[in-house]
Structures are given as C-alpha cells and as structure tokens.
Ligand binder design. Sequence first.
Ligand code: ZN
Ligand code: ZN
Length: 345
Amino acid sequence: MGEGETPGQPRQDWSPDYVHKCAVCGSTQDVIPVTEWNRGLCHHCLPRCLEHRVFNEIRRRQMIGPRERVGVAVSGGKDSSSLLAILAVLRRQKPFTLVAIHIDTGIGEYSAWSRAAVEELCRRYAVRLVVENTADYGVSPRTLGPWPACAVCGSIRRALLPRVARRENLEVLATGHALEDMLQTLLKQVLSGRSFCPKPVLPATPYDPKKIKPLYLVPEKLTAAYARMKRLEHVEELCPYFLPETHRFKEVFEHLERLAPMSKVQVLTNLGRLMKPPPVSERLFVCEDCGEASQRELCPLCMIRRLQHGQPVPFLKTQPGDAVGRPFEGTKEEQDPENLGDASE
Ligand SMILES: [Zn+2]
Ligand SMILES: [Zn+2]
C-alpha cells in the first residue's frame, strides 16, 4: 500500500511512481506528473520537451507545408499564447510565414488586457499582428435568446477567423485547442448523437483555409506551465462571460485520467480512428447582407447582427423580440448552441 492510503479506502491516484520523476533529466524537483504522456517533466525540461512534441505532431500530420502562410488565432489566454510562441520557435527551423490574428470582442477591461498581452507577445516574437474588432461587424458576444454569450462569441470567432485568413491570403489557420478542449467537443458530439470526432487537421475547402490544432495532444496544465516558464504575456483572468457549466465535461476526463492514466489521449486517438470527421458544410447560398458563401440565406455573422439589432431573420422561428432575453420559441434544433453557426472548427 502506498503512502497516504487508508485501509478500506479506494486509491485516489493510479499514476505510476515514475511520473513523479523527470523523464529527461531524472530530477525529482518541481516535477509535473504528465500521466497523459506516461512520464514526468521537471520545470526546466518542460519547454523544450513540449516544443519537440508539438513539432513532431506538426510534421507527422503534415500540418504546415514549406513556405506556407500560417495564421494563428491568439486570444491572449495561455493556450493560444503558448501556440504562438511554439510556432515562432519552429519558424526558426522551417521556412513559413506566421501571422497572428486577434479578435477584439470589446468586453471592457478584459478585452483591453487581452489585446495588450497579444500585442506585447507579437512584438517579442516579431510576428505580424492583425486585429479584428467585432464592433466593426456590428456584433458583440452577448446572450442571444437561448444561446449563452460564450456560444455567440464562439460563433462570431468561427465565422470571422476564416474570413480574415482569406483576406490575408493565409493557407493555414492554427488554433490553440488543447487536449481537454478536443475531449469536451468529442463528448458533446457523442451525447448529441452526431458521432463526429474533432480532428487535428481539417483540409482546406473552397471557402476555408486548412485548419490545424497543433496542441491537440497537449494537456492544459502543460500550456499553463509553458506560459509561466517562458514568461509569456497572457491573461489569467477568466472572461466575465465565462460559464463554468459549459466546461463541466472536462471534469469527466480528469477523473478518468486519475483512474486510468493515459486514458485522455487513448480516448481521443482511439475514437478518432473510429469516428468520422465533421462534414464539410455545403454553402449553396450567398449571404443576403454581406455576399459571403453561406449555408443559409444569411451567414452566421449577419444572422447574429440582425438578431442583435432587432431585425428579422426569415428562416428562424426566433424573431428579434424573442432573441433578446425573452423565452425562446424556436425548434429544439435551433436552441442548440452548436447550430447557431457552422460548428465545424
Ligand atoms: Zn528535467
Ligand atoms: Zn453575411
């Protein structure tokens, strides 16, 4: 029986002893047990080990081709700031163009801090920064009928990022989704019966650049440690609109990982092999308001703008009056936040 265990009590942690020792240098000081990768890493060895791991995934999955123009979405949080820094290091070894894209959502001080952190980070790594203000599109991330502000914000970002990428002639769009983000999306898909697995690489379509998630096997605790170790400018405060319940599924995987070390990565990779990638949404319409290729008569961005400005959206059962704060009358499908816009990321 190990230290700290009480007879008759179930074990809390099934991690093997060696994850408490650095797999690179053997130190037992300041070691982060990374059961997800079946090893321990000390603070000193972590940054290089993480960079190598991400470089290997980028190579193995052919995420970035030679001399491609890569846009990286940087929110100012730990994950995307780490991704920008890692790609900036990789750029020294491999010729490609890196451009940072920041969406400023205009949420008071929080957005000001985020933007300042991203600007500082881009100066430090000499990366060109493109800032897009959601106010310029007449939209803002606030609650809209059944859709919480987080879902509205996600839809705005998903719609805006590929547009900016197209305008800037970027061939690849990288986002900082970490292992737990992938697992949470996977579980939501399974529970809703969609059975699509989020993929680390989505090929380019006639409308969108190739989308890559280089951190898809990196646990969030490692991006947090990396950002701290490299002293990356980033915002640690939570967005004032953050809803803990929209992230509650992550706890399931933390518990599973304690019971069965390595299971987070195994769930993602094994189910990823069995499940289909999200379908490429056909865009047979031209948005009535902005002229973008769209799945419906209005693109998600223009739909949100109309609802937020009290204008009708003909194909929705929700009408402007309903959409602002009142009980929602739409169909069950319309009430699903994933259906607010194109959910494929
Ligand atoms: Zn070490
Ligand atoms: Zn539009």
